[in-house]
Design a protein around this ligand. Structure first.
Ligand code: PMP
Length: 297
């Protein structure tokens, strides 16, 4: 659970449009296009012992997301990488969560905002485990909402508007005592959780949905590499919800969630087992540079 120090009332520094500003002064006007029309793009990253894990990949994804929703971020990838590190040092956070984001500013306030400037910001804060007591496994319910079709929205962008149904799903899940919700896609296939990708294990093989209408998470891609390096078979395919009872283990992956086993999903129970534990351990070692990917046993 995150702490409850309000995010607008903390000590420290935030990087905003080219300057490091005192945390409480990193403000924008209420009439900001990005707040009203959903096309803010953002990254969630984690730094471990002073280094952002896959930092450049995240900076590139931020640029790609902006391109997908129709604008260009004025801060090059290499500058974003440097700013993240400087900001971590300035705030004294070697281990932290990193949020880089961009949005259309206040010059225009209508659906059209061709002249609005693109604003860019990076903030870092300390954020512990996304889910408590990971090996116990989280309980996940089924969302009422589905991931939209690529014809409906640029579904590979990490854009704020796509998260509206994630927050709605997560709030309903939490109100019912669950940690999170599984979302199916527009065709009814198993897609992802509200902020993480999903993996299922059967007969020693790892199955994961093909990311053709949702985020192909950087953690997901890393865990697939880790699994293959261990010699596990990884099968990317469309998975239907009626297959869910046939799997023995389930785990989820994401920058915030890292690798977290699942004990229950959509009414089916799973045993947080050896494959989940091994990959959770490998990921933990990898991000702290205690394991090199091409040298995994
Ligand atoms: N899906 C969604 C909807 C997410 O918000 C996230 C977290 N960014 C992921 C998947 C996992 O992505 P990553 O591993 O790159 O953090």
């Amino acid at each position: 659970m995150a702490d409850f120090i309000p995010y607008d009332d903390r000590d420290g520094w935030i990087w905003l449009d080219g300057k490091f500003v005192p945390w409480r002064d990193a403000k924008i006007h209420v009439l900001t296009h990005g707040l009203h029309y959903g096309a803010c793009v953002f990254e969630g990253e984690r730094a471990y012992e002073g280094e952002v894990f896959r930092g450049t990949e995240h900076s590139k994804r931020l640029h790609k997301s902006a391109e997908l929703v129709g604008y260009k971020i004025p801060v090059p990838v290499a500058d974003l990488d440097r700013i993240k590190l400087e900001l971590m040092q300035k705030n004294g956070f070697p281990d932290c969560y990193v949020r880089a984001f961009a949005w259309r500013g206040s010059e225009m306030m209508g659906v059209s905002a061709q002249q609005a400037t693109i604003r860019t910001c990076v903030a870092v804060w300390q954020w512990g485990n996304y889910f408590a007591d990971k090996m116990k496994g989280i309980r996940v319910t089924m969302s009422d909402w589905k991931r939209p079709s690529p014809e409906t929205i640029p579904c590979h962008a990490k854009a704020a508007g796509l998260y509206m149904i994630c927050t709605m799903s997560k709030h309903k899940a939490e109100a019912e005592g669950y940690a999170d919700a599984l979302m199916l896609d527009y065709r009814g296939y198993v897609a992802e959780l509200t902020g993480a990708n999903v993996f299922l294990v059967r007969d020693g093989a790892i199955h994961t949905p093909t990311p053709d209408c949702f985020l192909n998470g950087i953690t997901r891609q890393t865990v697939i590499q880790l699994a293959k390096a261990r010699g596990y078979e990884v099968i990317e395919r469309h998975i239907t919800p009626d297959e869910l009872p046939s799997f023995s283990e389930c785990f989820i992956t994401g920058t915030a969630a890292e690798v977290t086993p699942v004990a229950e999903m959509a009414g089916h129970t799973y045993k947080p087992g050896e494959i989940s534990a091994n990959l959770m351990g490998d990921y933990e070692k990898l991000v702290r540079r205690k394991l090199v990917l091409d040298k995994v046993a």
